[in-house]
Design a protein around this ligand. Structure first.
Ligand code: CO8
Length: 260
């Protein structure tokens, strides 16, 4: 499929998806969401891709939210449908078999903050800004902000951002656990690619099972989640990967993992 609002590029084992609507600070309209959905479904099937990096075009904005001009005249039914489709796309990203790193290179507001939160790891540029300003528009977040944000940073801190619509800088976002690390803008992609490279060199099945264990386990009570982890741990022993990883350790060499 030819994309109009996103770009897909591959660098080694990493795929870089860039949301590319700089004229609207990369705001998410329906077509952009449709393209993201299609692209991430394809990437999930792509055995050559070990890690995906999601970023925005330019140096000013990651994603400045859902497209307000698209939402302005929606009916109740259409708004509900738009929000549901947004949820579907973010779920596709969240449940992608491979890890997804958000390279937050500027504004991550509203739907932009929500799409970053649907990724597994967030690295931010020093100029990045985060917030859920929907209450300024007379609406609530519709792409999971009231749900994923409190799960990520805790209810009290999430409520403060959600009720006030305050915008916070990258350092504050890092302090409250909304982003993992902050880098100068020029280093952001390189740092994300560095992390992607380290992840890609590890046991590919083990990395995927870690993601499944964390995501699914967090929806269970601790006892069930630990049993689930034990099941996945056992599953590792059905793969060549565990044999090679442990043998390499005992032979004091770097393991040579096959692609998934
Ligand atoms: N939607 C559409 N266009 C946008 C958006 C947006 N979210 N953000 C920026 N733009 C456009 C501007 O309209 C402007 O276009 P033009 O040049 O044609 O006037 C262009 O991008 C540049 O923006 P600014 O001139 O405003 O740039 P500034 O540097 O002055 O300001 C800001 C940057 C602070 C990011 C400012 O643009 C802003 O406040 N944007 C809106 C941020 C926002 O409120 N985001 C949340 C949107 S709501 C949302 O995401 C809900 C998600 C769930 C939806 C559920 C479905 C029903």
């Amino acid at each position: 499929m030819e994309y109009e609002y996103i770009r897909l590029e591959k660098k080694g084992a990493a795929a870089i998806v860039t949301i590319d609507r700089p004229e609207a600070l990369n705001a998410l309209n329906l077509d952009t969401l449709l393209e993201l959905d299609h692209c991430f479904i394809d990437l999930g099937e792509d055995e050559e891709v070990a890690v995906v990096i999601l970023t925005g075009a330019g140096e000013k904005s990651f994603v400045a939210g859902a497209d307000i001009s698209h939402m302005q005249d929606l009916s109740v039914i259409e708004a509900n449908r738009f929000a549901r489709f947004g949820h579907k796309v973010l779920k596709t990203i969240e449940e992608l078999p491979q890890p997804v790193i958000a390279a937050v290179n500027g504004f991550a507001l509203g739907g932009g903050c929500e799409i970053a939160i649907s990724c597994d790891i967030r690295y931010a540029a020093e100029n990045a800004k985060f917030g859920q300003p929907e209450v300024n528009l007379g609406v609530i977040p519709g792409f999971g902000g009231t749900q994923r944000l409190p799960r990520l940073i805790g209810k009290g801190r999430a409520n403060e951002l959600l009720f006030s619509g305050d915008i916070i800088d990258a350092a504050e976002a890092c302090r409250i656990g909304l982003v993992n690390r902050v880098f100068p803008q020029q280093e952001l992609l390189e740092k994300c690619l560095g992390l992607a490279g380290r992840i890609a060199s590890r046991g590919p099945l083990a990395v995927r099972l870690c993601k499944e264990a964390v995501n699914n386990g967090m929806e269970m009570d601790l006892a069930r989640a630990c049993r689930y982890e034990a099941d996945l741990f056992g599953l590792c022993f059905a793969s060549d990967e565990q044999g090679e990883g442990m043998l390499a350790f005992l032979e004091k060499r770097v393991p040579e993992f096959k692609k998934k």
